[in-house]
Design a protein around this ligand. Structure first.
Ligand code: BES
Ligand code: MN
Ligand code: ZN
Length: 498
């Protein structure tokens, strides 16, 4: 992860020593418009900037980036106009529109070192997050790294608020964007290098550096304590499983929050093996774990007045002579028994163990996230997470997810699906015998391991965690870091409102 240096600037945007000036353009009816912050740039063009942009075919639509040479009209050599899309009914653009435009501009700036942006005058936090995330690249595995991305960003100040407030916003937004980048780095690391033990080591290193209490259970410790779900899934791999616990204790905590994330470092499906096509994408099956690790570290960095404990099960799901089989019965942590009917429904098995362990701390809230079901993608598409759990917390998470721009939608846990998880042998089976409502059935399975009165949420990020299509907004190819920003905003909400 290379994060550009960011600083507020008080120098006029036409004079700052930079190679490019980023401005926002909007889609106003049939025509392109200038977003606030672009006035000085327009003046340097003698008020003809829109005419120039129109000539170049600019429309202001999302993901559009149009570059205009300045030929000495301002100190920067080019203007980069980034499309914000249509303003809302009140004439303003949303934070997410700014974030995406800043991201698209940053993606279009490879090879440019120093940039000044005016999008920060519209929304400082969104401009910072969008710029850092749009500039994100992962080239650790290229023998030669390409034209670096943006190394320094000057931010024009918003009209309202004090310099002190702007600095605080910049600091928080940078920390949040870096947390997303940390999650992306973990996801993008290939499965031959990121396996349970190495993932645990990296998580522990990040945690210790942030001053967290860290505990790593290896396979021996897992066996001793009876983590049958994690061990059952992990036993088929030559790389044994781990359970990582990371605790942040903030000043005068307003709430105790348990975070749980699925850490399958590679999911072949096991004996119920997956088809070969796109199996390589299952390197991202630890995205939930990456998000909660990054979030608990962020909580410490931002000193939230909370206690946050991340419980992160890590295993590799492989077929082998030692692997668990369809038909096996596992005794989970805490004693419940599960009949395995499909070894590809492994996430819920490691999560059940982790959830039971997490609830032993007696948290006020439990939030779990995982790339749990292909059915999430069938139901909601690649960009909208499915949010389940107890009614109030589920809706609170959904509201926060919407506000951050990551998106997510509340989904039910229909009671009648519980019967379909009945097992003739054990307390329950890990799958229903049918395909209907598979995302919800997985949620129902998890619910069995959550105490009745504990507010909890399950965020299925099978689609949103990983971008296997073209880059868009501030999202490049590969790991997206979703739902780090939702979790961060949720913690901020708990810190403020309990
Ligand atoms: N990791 C997968 C879910 C997944 C699929 C994530 C596609 C991202 C993209 C999970 O372990 C899985 O295999 N789920 C099965 C469950 C089924 C066997 C009930 C699925 O969704 O097919
Ligand atoms: Mn699976
Ligand atoms: Zn999986």
């Amino acid at each position: 992860m290379i994060v550009p240096k960011l600083a507020m600037t008080s120098t006029g945007v036409t004079e700052v020593a930079a190679e490019a000036v980023v401005i926002g353009i909007t889609q106003d009816g049939d025509s392109v418009g200038l977003a606030p912050g672009a006035e000085a740039v327009d003046a340097a063009f003698g008020g003809e900037l829109l005419a120039v942009l129109r000539t170049l075919g600019a429309t202001g639509k999302p993901d559009e980036v149009v570059k205009v040479p300045t030929l000495g009209r301002l100190s920067a050599g080019m203007v980069v106009a980034a499309g914000l899309g249509k303003p809302g009914a009140d004439g303003t653009v949303s934070a997410e529109q700014v974030r995406r435009a800043a991201g698209a501009a940053a993606r279009g700036l490879t090879g440019v070192g120093r940039v000044v942006t005016t999008l920060s005058t519209v929304d400082l936090q969104a401009a910072v997050e969008g710029t850092v995330l749009g500039a994100y690249t992962f080239d650790s595995y290229k023998s030669e790294s390409k034209n670096g991305t943006v190394s320094r960003v000057e931010l024009a100040s918003p009209a309202d608020g004090t310099t002190k407030q702007h600095r605080a916003t910049l600091k928080a937004a940078t920390a949040i964007a870096e947390a997303v980048a940390t999650a992306r780095d973990l996801i993008n690391t290939p499965p031959n290098d990121l396996y349970p033990a190495s993932f645990a080591e990296r998580a522990a290193g990040l945690g210790r550096a942030a001053g967290l209490e860290v505990e790593v259970l290896d396979e021996k410790a897992l066996r001793k304590a009876g983590y049958g779900g994690i061990l059952g899934v992990g036993v088929g791999s030559s790389r044994p499983p781990r359970l990582v616990r990371m605790r942040y204790r903030g000043p005068r905590p307003r709430a105790k929050v348990a975070l749980v994330g699925k850490g399958i470092t590679f999911d072949t499906g096991g004996i119920s093996i997956k088809p070969a096509t796109h199996m390589e994408e299952m390197t991202s099956d630890m995205s939930g774990a990456a998000a909660v690790v990054a979030t608990v570290v962020l909580a410490a960095r931002l000193k939230y007045p909370l206690e946050v404990v991340a419980t992160v099960p890590m295993a590799e799901n492989m077929p082998s002579g030692a692997a668990y089989r369809p038909g096996d019965v596992l005794t989970m942590y805490g004693g419940k028994t599960v009949e395995v009917l499909n070894t590809d429904a492994e996430g819920r098995l490691i999560l059940a163990d982790a959830i039971v362990r997490a609830t032993e701390d007696d948290p006020d809230y439990l939030v779990e996230t995982s790339t749990l079901t292909g059915a999430q993608i069938i139901s909601l598409g690649r960009r909208t997470a499915g949010i389940m759990g107890s009614d109030d917390l589920r809706d609170r998470v959904a509201a926060v997810a919407k506000a951050t721009g990551e998106g997510g939608w509340p989904m039910p846990l229909p009671e009648e699906l519980r019967g379909d998880l009945d097992s003739k042998l054990a307390d329950l089976a890990n799958v229903t015998g049918h395909r209907w409502g598979s995302m919800l059935a997985a949620g129902i399975f998890l619910k069995e391991f959550v105490p009745e009165d504990l507010p909890w949420a399950h965020i299925d990020i099978a689609g949103p965690a990983y971008n296997n299509g073209s880059p868009w907004g501030y999202t490049g190819k590969g790991g997206t870091g979703v739902p780090v920003r939702t979790l961060a905003a949720l913690l901020a909400d708990f810190a403020e409102n309990g």
